[in-house]
Design a binder for this molecule. Structure first.
Ligand code: CA2
Length: 145
């Protein structure tokens, strides 16, 4: 049995496709999930979203214990403030891809300093919802089985 890939999404991303399409596109999170499962082929994808920090931490622990092949994480606003998510990710021994739909560096200064980048293997930002598919393909290569 091959190891699963965890795809974790932070606060407000359940509202994708409903507002601010000029920044985040018009694709819903459910459509992104379908896209990710297709890109992953036979590899199991655990696709999750939460507005609660503790739940994301619990899922990182689950990925550690599973054990998962890799984590793709869009921590949304937690990216810039959550030392707790950073500490949890530090314990994960396999590749981590940090993903943002928008190019956070092109935006206001509050979006520039990612804590998660300090432990990420790679960062993808600014490719829109398509970035998820790119992240899955990259994760499959990083964890080639
Ligand atoms: O670009 C990204 O993927 C972000 O992680 C999205 C976060 C933002 O805090 C990050 O800086 C960059 C915000 C997610 C907000 O989600 C929305 C969904 C629908 C409508 C409006 C916002």
């Amino acid at each position: 049995m091959t190891r699963p890939i965890y795809i974790l999404n932070g606060p407000n991303l359940n509202r994708l496709g409903t507002r601010e399409p000029e920044i985040y596109g018009s694709t819903t999170l459910a459509e992104i999930e379908t896209m990710c499962r297709k890109a992953a082929g036979d590899v199991v994808v655990e696709f999750r979203q939460s507005n609660r920090e503790y739940e994301i931490i619990d899922w990182v622990h689950e990925a550690i214990d599973s054990p998962a092949a890799g984590i793709i994480i869009n921590p949304a606003a937690f990216t810039f403030v959550s030392i707790a998510i950073l500490d949890a990710l530090k314990m994960f021994p396999a590749p981590i891809i940090e993903l943002h739909i928008s190019n956070i560096h092109k935006r206001e200064a509050i979006y520039h300093n990612s804590l998660v980048s300090k432990v990420a293997t790679a960062v993808i930002a600014g490719l829109g919802p398509q970035g998820y598919e790119v992240a899955v393909r990259a994760m499959l290569q990083l964890t080639a089985r």
